[in-house]
Design a protein around this ligand. Structure first.
Ligand code: NAP
Ligand code: G4F
Length: 375
C-alpha cells in the first residue's frame, strides 16, 4: 500500500494520469518541466527541487505490476486537488509515439532525460535492452523534440550522461577527456551523448549533456554498491543478516550526494548557451574505503562479514573515476555541499532506521518483505 504525502493510504491507481490534458492545472507564467525517469533516485530529487522552485512538474512513469512511485511519496498529492504541482503520466522511453503524445500534452519548457537501465553489471546481461532504452530511447525523445520545436516552440533539454563514458581513460577526467566506455551501458551513454550533440548542432536545440560522476543518497537503488553496503552492514549490526557478498573492492569512484547533483542539472539549463559539463567532487575512494567508513559508523569490523562472490565482477571493469568539475564551478558556481564522510554517514543513519523498523516488526512476529535482490 502506498501512502500519499498527506498520510492518506492509496491504491496508487489514481496517481498516474491516463489523460493528462483532462485534469491539467496550470498557474499563469508557471514554468513546466518534464522528467523521464522520475521514479528513480535522481528523478525524485529533481522533482522536489523543481517543485520547490515553483515549477509544474510532469513525470513519465512506466507501468509495472508493483509500485514504482515510492520515492515520490513525499511530494505526491491527489491530482483532483487544486494547485497540484506534480503530474505523472504512463510512458516508456522505448515507446516513441507515447513520448510524442506526452510532449504535446504537457508542453514543457524544460525536459530532463533521466530514464535508463542504469545498472552497469546488468547491462552485460541485458545489452540489447540497455542500448534500446539508453541510446535509442534518447534518440526517440530527440526526434519527438525536433518535431516539437520545428513549429517555433521553445524548449531546453538535459541529457543524463555518465562518468562511465570515460571508462578506462586515466583520471582526472574532464570535458576534454576522450571517452573509453567499458560496458554496454557506457557505450549506450556515449551514443546518447553524441546523438544529443548532433541534434544540438543540427537543429539549434538548447541541449546540455551532464557528465555526472557517481552520486548516492538514502534513495539509491539497493543493488548499487554504496547502498548495498549500508543496507547490509546496518542489518548485520542488528542481527538481521550475517554476511555481505561483494565483487571488486579495489575499484575507485568519485562519490557525491544526489541532492547536490540535481541542482547542477537545473543550472545547466539556466545558462544562455547549451554546453557539456562534468559534475563531480574531485575526490576518489575505493569500495574498500567506503566499507571502512560505513563499518566504523556501525561499530563493525567488515572483514568478519564481507565475502567475495565472482558474480559481482564485471567482464570489463572501470578502475578509477575522479572528476574535474572546474568548468561547472567557473560557469555557474556549482560545487558539492556534502562530502564523502557525511554522505556515508547519512546513508548509514537512514538504513539503521530501516533496520530498526524491520527488527521491531520481526520481533513482533510480522513477516517483513525485502524488495531488493543482492545483485
Ligand atoms: P535509477 O535510480 O536507476 O532510475 C532510472 C529511472 O529510469 C527510473 O525512474 C526507471 O523507472 C526509469 N526507466 C528505466 N527504464 C525505463 C524505460 N524503459 N522507460 C521509462 N523509464 C525507464 O537511476 P538514477 O541513479 O536516478 O540515474 C538517473 C539517470 O542518470 C540515469 O540515466 C543514469 O544512467 C544516469 N546517471 C546516474 C548516475 C548516478 O550515480 N546515480 C551517474 C551518472 C549518470 P523504474 O523506477 O520503473 O525502474
Ligand atoms: O555501485 P556500482 O554498481 O556503480 P557504477 O558501476 O559505478 O555505476 C553507477 O555510476 C555510474 C556513474 O559513474 C552511473 F552512470 C551508473 O548508472 C551507476 O549509477 O559499482 C561501483 C563499483 C564498481 O567498480 C563495481 O565493480 O563497485 C564495484 N562493486 C564491488 N562489488 C560492486 C559490487 N558493485 C555492485 N553493484 N555490486 C557489488 O556487489
Amino acid at each position: 500500500m502506498a501512502v500519499a504525502a498527506d498520510g492518506r493510504a492509496s491504491d496508487g491507481s489514481d496517481k498516474i494520469r491516463m489523460n493528462p490534458s483532462a485534469t491539467h492545472t496550470q498557474e499563469p507564467g508557471q514554468r513546466r518541466a518534464l522528467i523521464t525517469g522520475i521514479t528513480g533516485q535522481d528523478g525524485s530529487f529533481l522533482a522536489e527541487f523543481l517543485i520547490h522552485r515553483g515549477y509544474q512538474v510532469h513525470g513519465i512513469v512506466r507501468r509495472a505490476s508493483t509500485f514504482n512511485t515510492e520515492r515520490l511519496d513525499g511530494i505526491y498529492a491527489d491530482p483532483h486537488n487544486q494547485g497540484v504541482r506534480l503530474s505523472l503520466h504512463y510512458g516508456d522511453i522505448t515507446d516513441g509515439a507515447g513520448l510524442r503524445r506526452i510532449l504535446e500534452q504537457t508542453a514543457p519548457d524544460e525536459i530532463y532525460n533521466l530514464a535508463a537501465q542504469s545498472h552497469v553489471r546488468v547491462s552485460f546481461d541485458q545489452a540489447e535492452y540497455t542500448a534500446d532504452a539508453v541510446a535509442t530511447g534518447t534518440l526517440r525523445l530527440l526526434e519527438a523534440v525536433r518535431d516539437y520545436i520545428s513549429s517555433g516552440r521553445k524548449l531546453r533539454m538535459y541529457q543524463a550522461g555518465s562518468s562511465e563514458m570515460f571508462g578506462a581513460a586515466p583520471p582526472p577526467q574532464n570535458e576534454n577527456t576522450p571517452f573509453y566506455p567499458r560496458s554496454p551501458y557506457a557505450v549506450s551513454k556515449v551514443a546518447a551523448h553524441w546523438y544529443a550533440v548532433n541534434y544540438r548542432e543540427a537543429y539549434g536545440l538548447h541541449l546540455s549533456n551532464g557528465l555526472l560522476f557517481n552520486h548516492e543518497s538514502p534513495r539509491r537503488g539497493e543493488t548499487f554498491v554504496t547502498r548495498k553496503i549500508t543496507r547490509a552492514l546496518t542489518r548485520i549490526k542488528l542481527g538481521l543478516q550475517d554476511n555481505l557478498y561483494l565483487g571488486n573492492l579495489e575499484a575507485r569512484r568519485d562519490w557525491g550526494f544526489a541532492g547536490d547533483y540535481v541542482e547542477a542539472m537545473w543550472l545547466m539549463l539556466q545558462q544562455p548557451e547549451p554546453d557539456d559539463y562534468v559534475i563531480a567532487t574531485g575526490e576518489s575512494h575505493s569500495v574498500r574505503e567506503f566499507l571502512d567508513v560505513a563499518a566504523s559508523h556501525c561499530g563493525l569490523d567488515w572483514r568478519k562479514h564481507v565475502k567475495t562472490d565472482p558474480r559481482y565482477f564485471r567482464p570489463t571493469e572501470v578502475d578509477v573515476l575522479c572528476g574535474d568539475a572546474s568548468k561547472a564551478r567557473k560557469r555557474f558556481g556549482w560545487a558539492p555541499k556534502v562530502g564523502f564522510s557525511d554522505l556515508v554517514k547519512m546513508m548509514v543513519e537512514n538504513d539503521l532506521e530501516l533496520a530498526e523498523q524491520e527488527r521491531t516488526l520481526t520481533r513482533a512476529g510480522h513477516v517483513v518483505q525485502r524488495g531488493a535482490s543482492q545483485r
